[in-house]
Design a protein around this ligand. Structure first.
Ligand code: TRP
Length: 373
């Protein structure tokens, strides 16, 4: 891959992502300061993920707020592809979604695409993606969504409801469009070429269930945008509003590189890791620091590529001043990696221990959340 090249599709994120370029290529809009102020008028404060532009791009967010201000409340739709256990990286957009739910007091539909991951990953059986779905659901519930307002479903268990809308969507999407948007090849299995119709359905489902049009806002990483382009194309043809989006950047892992990937177990912290494993992974994390303490003190490091700094930034430190201090200490070489790692490990272990307690309690809550046929 040539320098400066990067690839972002729903199924692959590679290279150094240039988010400005991506916004242009995808035709989305950056979240402006004016839009942030408008959000803040409703939420009172801005979540650190908005302040830091972790959620940085959108489609039709102004329209969503227009509607909200006219008492036409939206619902939230997000999802998870159960290809493995949940990592801390997955939790970042969920934590933000919970904040949106609380601040706007809205319903949330949460799709778990056990079908997608089965079709896409040659190495995974359907049983496996369904098992991961069950595990992931515990993490989702543990985030603290309101059980009265949150509806979680897996595609295979809710297929009867999803199917009739999926075929209505599918009838409006030609193979050549799907191919252009998703990069399907002649060798791709035919299941995956139909799947985008299934991921479109929840954009419209509440409108169908409640028999009135309800605006939809999707918080998700920007790699999911191709799905929403299809959904937005089809929406008016089926008589629905186009779904709006708020897009996040990718959450880096513990190794060098762009995204925390569940497929590299050493570079990701799983919500099921024991505190000892969490500590060990952090102590072995990539920091990009100079090879010796002496050189680090002299030249300093680069917080932008230091995974320890990035963890604080994306998840563990809500206070902007404190994050800036951590970055500055790294840049100036004042603090060495070891110390930063110890502090981060303490925070991460505390987070994991609390999360695991909530995860245990979630086991008795499942029925309150699930939609099934
Ligand atoms: N395709 C997504 C994934 O692989 C899962 C998903 C389904 C999703 N619906 C969504 C993600 C809506 C975000 C928003 O992870």
């Amino acid at each position: 891959m040539a320098e400066g090249k990067f690839v972002v599709t729903p199924w692959e994120v590679r290279g150094e992502v240039n988010y400005d370029k991506l916004v242009k290529e995808f035709g989305t809009e950056k979240i402006s300061e004016a839009l942030l102020k408008r959000i803040q008028r409703h939420t009172g404060e801005l979540h650190f993920m908005l302040r830091r532009k972790i959620f940085f791009s959108h489609r039709d967010l102004n329209w969503i707020l227009d509607q909200y201000e006219k008492d036409n409340k939206f619902f939230l739709y997000t999802g998870r592809g159960p290809s493995g256990n949940t990592t801390l990286g997955h939790m970042v957009p969920w934590i933000f979604t919970k904040w949106l739910q609380e601040k706007f007091d809205v319903e949330l539909y949460f799709q778990i695409t056990d079908d997608e991951k089965f079709l896409l990953k040659p190495e995974l059986s359907l049983k496996q993606t369904q098992n991961f779905a069950n595990e992931n659901i515990l993490d989702i519930i543990a985030v603290g969504f309101d059980p009265k307002k949150t509806h979680i479903f897996t595609d295979t268990q809710y297929a009867k409801t999803l199917y009739s809308t999926a075929i209505k969507v599918a009838k409006h999407v030609t193979f050549s469009t799907a191919k252009a948007v998703f990069g399907f090849k002649n060798e791709s299995n035919i299941g995956i070429s139909f799947f985008p119709a299934i991921q479109a359905v929840p954009c419209f489902l509440p409108s169908i269930l409640k028999e009135k049009n309800i605006p939809c806002l999707i918080p998700a990483a920007i790699d999911q945008d191709p799905y929403w382009r299809i959904s937005r194309d089809v929406a008016p043809k089926l008589g629905f509003y186009k779904p709006a989006q708020i897009h996040s950047k990718f959450i880096p892992g513990l190794g060098p590189g762009a995204k925390m990937s569940a497929s590299d177990p050493k570079a990701a912290i799983f919500t099921t890791d024991s505190p000892e494993v969490v500590r060990k992974k952090i102590m072995n994390a990539f920091t990009g620091q100079q090879p010796t303490a002496e050189l680090q003190r002299k030249h300093g490091g680069n917080p932008e590529i230091c995974s320890v700094c990035q963890y604080y930034y994306f998840l563990f430190e809500e206070n902007d001043k404190k994050v800036e201090k951590i970055f500055e200490e790294e840049r100036s070489g004042k603090i060495l990696a070891g110390e930063h790692k110890e502090d981060l490990a303490d925070k991460a272990v505390k987070f994991i221990e609390e999360h695991q307690k909530k995860r245990e309690r979630a086991k008795d809550q499942i029925d309150k959340f699930m939609l099934k046929d």
